[in-house]
Write a protein that binds this ligand. Sequence first.
Ligand SMILES: [Zn+2]
Ligand SMILES: [Zn+2]
Length: 271
Amino acid sequence: MTGLSEFLTQHEGFLRSGVFFGLLILFLALERLRPRRRQQVSARHFVSNLAFGVLNAMVLRLALPGGLVLLAIWFQGAYPSLGLMNWLNLPLAAEFVICLILLDLVLYWQHRLFHQIDFLWKFHSAHHGDRNLNVSSGVRFHPGEALISLFLKAGAILALGMPAAAIILFEVLLNAASLFNHANWSLGRLDALFQKFIVTPDMHRLHHSRLESESRKNYGFFLSGWDYIFSSYKNQPDTPHKDIALGLEDMPEDGFVSTLQRPFRKNRREA
Ligand SMILES: [Zn+2]
Ligand SMILES: [Zn+2]
């Protein structure tokens, strides 16, 4: 386990960018080879979605220059007795597993609150604007949401006393999960099987439905179990996946600038 920790911390930059670009290319290929839905995504829209990823990386770097990893290292150096993992004093492998599960739980509730609180929804609605869900939707998040999420994650990481390498692993996993479950590709029968453990493309697509009865379901990011435990799981959409209407009612797929402006406009409640 110490070997894994060293590998993660020594190759952090390569891992983050390598996994992101590797999976982006892989899912672009799978969207062509095994598409789940017939849909057209314009190059302009694809680039606009990726621009959110670039902008968010810059905004988060400005907000927290060393990122969550350096924050955790600094905090644990300054306050070595604080944080759940420091009290439990478990083997590193157990710390990794517990931290990954608990942080995923925090993100489940964060996502749920982004739907339930109007102020937060103004930002999260940018993510739900896509009418043709595809791999690039996995990075389409308003910088306001990315910032709020950064501070929530920072609080959870410090409270957990999470090891630096586990933070890197979690962020890489989260990024990979987002590309995996937004991509328009079919896992066939495996989707239903995987849904018992992790969030799959079919499970997350249902969350992007225009029907509120469906967009208020399947909040999970990585582990699907939270939706079972907290009664927010929906197995199948009312309309088959190939026809399900995605995006927001009465709102066109906005471009980059208008999506950025959306939270600051006089708004009606869409879900
Ligand atoms: Zn959502
Ligand atoms: Zn999504």
